[in-house]
Design a protein around this ligand. Structure first.
Ligand code: 5BU
Length: 475
């Protein structure tokens, strides 16, 4: 490769502020001394031209065969377009969200199953954005063996991609870029050392493990989910800074509403057992929904469906409670088999944006769920990504997908158990060791002298544990 050209690009990137030095915070809450914003390069046609020609040179020498080029949205799209034109290879366009009408295609362009596609990306850290695009292309029967990128931050992304059989070629590694900038006195020796130390200390999580899920921020995970309720929940948690779900196990609708007036602002989700309410009415539901809207929380009806698909469909949509009309999400057992998920994903009354938390484990002593049952439950859920919000479970190894939510009940600050088999863990234990994303607290709050004060304590304690988890230094 032409080293002069390469140095020229590095210096230009520095001049146009596409690379900055100082103290920055990454999306996942980790401090970094170097930050890239390659979006700005679209304002510099000469830089675009240089980068395109250098990337095309790499591809010509390193990539044996490819039929298409696809950029990772959005920063890499213009670069991929220019490369496609220069190399005279057809481009594919990946959508971030499927169109709501017409064709629901995620990949636009003409292609045949079995053809190969080269990926273009600006920067890789963990490689997870590239992998998302690979996943979409694979779904269409396209094969991805190679990715070309502008900058490899050397924090584990290359390894993650190679583990997934995607070979990576980069214009620069971070070390090379820093070397050029130091040589040309754009940055001090000190800064260069600082960046090098940072690179050895902070590694991106390994993709596809439950550890990765635990280290990603809710904000990031909102982008990785296929279920609209999970997306909303991740967003609410990030905005309100709370991962507390209140289980309102009270038998009076007035008491439930009074309680939510006081604690609504501290929770991301309210969990109901609608069949224990003695004065249930549709007016209660109207008021519950008003509170949900006012305080920005979602509603989970903990119905624990467990019958054949047809009965569950009736239990979900009909009867006194008409759960499907108001609950954003419900809980369900996997015991009856896939029919239960088919029935819960049946479109009803034109309502979309519904979710299901599938029970993969329980908190009660002596429950009969075995590791095998847990595993087949998770496999079953993977066939219904649009409807599955996450799992009710106790253990981080239950699932890996960072787009799904681990909902964990059985949490209290004070007690270790109740008299009827419930087992409690501490916030620390469930979030840091066991991987809980949303934590269900019932009597820990509702039975307290001041539920409001107690909700604040839980909210603060749980959020602190989450922050500690995502800021953890890795490896
Ligand atoms: P508690 O008061 O924090 O013990 O209430 C816990 C709530 O979570 C209660 O409504 C249970 O029905 C629910 N729950 C649970 O405790 N354990 C489980 O494994 C499942 C649900 Br699934």
């Amino acid at each position: 490769m032409d080293n002069n050209k390469l140095e020229g690009v590095a210096l230009k990137l520095f001049d146009i502020n596409a690379v900055k030095f100082g103290e920055f915070m990454t999306k996942s809450g980790i401090e970094t001394p170097v930050y890239f914003d390659l979006r700005v390069i679209v304002s510099y046609p000469r830089v675009m031209e240089l980068i395109t020609s250098l990337l095309c040179d790499i591809v010509a020498t390193k990539v044996k065969k490819y039929d298409h080029i696809c950029g990772v949205p959005y920063t890499a799209l213009p670069i991929a377009t220019l490369m496609s034109v220069q190399a005279k290879k057809p481009m594919l366009l990946r959508r971030k969200e499927a169109k709501a009408y017409g064709t629901k295609k995620m990949i636009e362009g003409h292609y045949n199953v079995g053809e190969t596609c080269l990926i273009v990306e600006d920067v890789i850290t963990s490689g997870s954005s590239v992998l998302e695009t690979v996943k979409e292309l694979n779904k269409e029967g396209l094969v991805v063996n190679n990715a070309v990128i502008i900058l490899d931050r050397e924090q584990g992304g290359r390894k993650n991609l190679e583990t997934n059989n995607v070979n990576v070629d980069a214009l620069f590694t971070m070390t090379e870029l820093i070397g050029i900038l130091e040589k040309h006195k754009k940055i001090t020796k000190e800064m260069s050392m600082k960046v090098r130390n940072y690179l050895t200390e902070v590694k991106a999580p390994v993709t596809g493990s439950s550890e990765e899920r635990m280290l990603l921020s809710y904000e990031k995970r909102a982008e990785l989910t296929s279920n609209p309720v999970a997306k909303q929940l991740f967003n609410i948690m990030s905005i309100k800074k709370t991962n507390l779900c209140l289980s309102v196990d009270l038998t009076s609708s007035i008491k439930i509403l009074e309680l939510l007036e006081k604690v609504g602002e501290y929770i991301c989700l309210v969990k109901t057992h609608v069949d224990i309410i003695e004065d249930f009415s549709l007016d209660f539901i109207t008021r519950l929904k008003q509170l949900a809207q006012r305080f920005n929380f979602l509603i989970l009806e903990d119905r624990k469906f467990a019958d054949i698909g047809n009965t569950v469909l009736l239990q979900y949509q009909k009867g006194l409670y008409k759960i499907s009309e108001w609950a954003d999400c419900v809980t369900s057992h996997s015991l009856p088999g896939e029919g239960i998920l088919k029935s819960l994903s049946t479109p009803c009354n034109g309502l979309e944006n519904r979710g299901v938390f599938l029970l993969a484990e329980m908190s009660s002593e002596g429950n009969l769920i075995s590791p095998e049952y847990r595993e087949v439950t998770v496999n079953m859920a993977s066939k219904y990504p649009n409807i599955i919000t996450g799992f009710v479970c106790q253990n981080k190894d239950t699932f890996k997908d960072p787009g799904l939510i681990q909902l964990t009940p059985g949490v209290q600050l004070e007690s270790a158990k109740d008299d009827l088999g419930q087992v409690y863990n501490s916030p620390d234990k469930v979030i840091l060791d066991n991987g809980a994303d949303i934590i269900v607290v019932g009597r820990g709050i509702i039975a307290a002298k001041s539920p409001e004060a107690q909700a604040v304590i839980y909210r603060d304690t749980l959020w602190k544990c989450y922050l500690k988890r995502v800021s953890g230094k890795l490896e």
